[in-house]
Design a protein around this ligand. Structure first.
Ligand code: PEP
Ligand code: CO
Length: 451
């Protein structure tokens, strides 16, 4: 149990990235309402995820954390959720087969709404209007009226999270995740283009493994493990008043859990050791993450590890690196050494997205698929050199056929970005680019002589 911690002890720490709510009384009403609602997840589930992550920390499992940069109130439909789950499941099959270890699947979904911004205001014409902070706060339209923070949105975010999670539970337990079916989708991808055929050999091997399993009686009809999966939820714990409203005590253990999601993480812009976000997350029993950007020092990182996981519980803390393709290998190596020498049992995951964003010639915020792959390569090389386990990847993706990141097998170029650029925040990999990332990551880890 964290010392001197209460669900609201963060309030006496310096805080960043919070909206200026126009009416405190309105905000309080919304928060009170949310705190009276049922929890979205349960403490026991968060502990199960933590046990899985402990296996990742030990090098016996892999973490795939993926989903939207920001979920949208408008793009909210069963189709959209299903396609996102489908691509995550497809990626997981490829990774599980190539690495020969279980893959913990954690969605950036059912609560990934709030966004940190580099500036509080945005210049539109001659005016400075408040920045868009995610649909849980305001609208993205470029007008002052759309950008006024509305506490009603907190309540709507709760309800959207609840129905998203409900559908996720139905899909993952109701047959949608059947291994044979997910593999058939992968075969479709491989057969659908010359680029996909590059991965034919791996897909054929998986096919053979599945036929072997069927022949020995391990078919998906008779074995629930091959038909049902767990997909856990996660988001950046940015709006601390919302998180506090969903933080509940577990009667059986007397411990506090943030029941808005199974896993919560601290963003790169709010990770000060003495800041409010670190204070809040140090006290909840959930597994937590912290982003690690290029400016992180070994000393700072150790302070964070001590503050967030003083008892050194394996799986409790995931460090999500996001340094950029050119910096990751050299930047990560000393940090790996420091954390290892101090004996902190962390999960290391690679976010190859947030250090590789640039503005294209046509003015679109984008990312190049090859930079994303290069960051994963640098991440894996650093771990190999230091004898640590490259535990996972953390990516922004959608199942839809959007055109937001350039490159990939379909060779998207700047001119294609206008075609379907739909993200409400950062550019995401589309379904095909996501699968390709899984195949490329699988190839990388398979060539690891130590595995
Ligand atoms: C994010 O994960 O969407 C994000 C804002 O990342 P970071 O905190 O690493 O910039
Ligand atoms: Co993002």
């Amino acid at each position: 149990m964290a010392k001197d911690w209460t669900p609201d002890s963060w309030r006496s720490h310096p805080i960043k990235q919070q909206p200026l709510w126009p009416d405190e009384a309105d905000l309080d009403r919304a928060l009170k309402q949310i705190s009276s609602y049922p929890p979205l997840v349960f403490a026991g589930e968060a502990r199960s995820l933590q046990a899985g992550l402990a296996q990742v920390a030990a090098g016996n499992a892999f973490l795939l954390q993926a989903g939207d940069c920001a979920e949208s109130f408008e793009e909210f439909s069963a189709d959209n959720i299903r396609e996102k789950l489908r691509v995550i499941l497809q990626m997981a099959v490829v990774l599980t087969y190539s690495m020969g270890v279980p893959v913990m699947k954690v969605g950036r979904l059912a609560g990934q709404f709030a966004k940190p911004r580099s500036a509080d205001f945005e210049r539109v014409g001659d005016d400075d209007i408040p920045s868009f902070r995610g649909h849980i706060v305001n609208g993205e339209g470029p007008t002052a009226a759309a950008r006024v923070p509305s506490p009603e949105r907190l309540v709507q975010a709760y309800h959207q999270s609840a129905s998203t999670l409900n559908l996720v539970r139905a899909f993952t337990k109701g047959g949608f995740a059947d291994l044979a079916r997910v593999h058939a989708w992968n075969q479709e991808f491989v057969a659908s283009s010359p680029a996909g055929r590059r991965y034919e050999q791996l897909a054929t091997e998986i096919d053979r493994a599945l036929r072997f399993m069927r022949a020995t009686g391990m078919d998906t009809e008779s074995n629930a493990n091959l038909r049902e999966v767990d997909i856990w939820t996660s988001h950046e714990a940015l709006l601390l008043s919302y998180e506090e409203a969903l933080t509940r005590i577990e009667d059986a253990t007397g411990r506090w859990y943030d029941c808005s999601a199974h896993m919560l993480w601290i963003g790169e812009r709010t990770r000060e050791v003495d800041g409010a976000h670190v204070e809040f997350l140090r006290g909840v029993g959930n597994p937590i993450g912290c982003k690690v950007g290029p400016s992180m020092t070994g000393e700072e990182l150790l302070d964070l590890c001590e503050r967030l996981n003083p008892a050194r519980i394996p799986g409790r803390l995931t460090l999500i690196t996001r340094m950029g393709a050119d910096r990751i290998e050299d930047g990560l190596r000393p940090l790996l050494r420091t954390v290892k020498e101090a004996g902190h049992p962390v999960v290391w995951a690679c976010d190859p997205m947030h250090g590789n964003t640039f503005t294209s010639a046509s003015g679109r915020k984008t990312r190049d698929f090859e930079d994303i792959i290069r960051e994963i390569e640098g991440f894996v090389r650093a771990h190999r050199a230091e004898g640590t386990w490259p535990g996972g990847v953390h990516v922004e993706l959608t199942g839809e056929d959007v055109t937001e990141c350039v490159g990939g097998a379909d060779k998207l170029i700047d001119a294609d970005l206008d075609h379907r650029y739909e993200t409400v925040c950062d550019p995401r990999l589309n379904g095909r680019q996501s699968l390709e990332l899984a195949f490329r990551t699988a190839e990388l880890i398979r060539t690891d002589p130590t595995r």
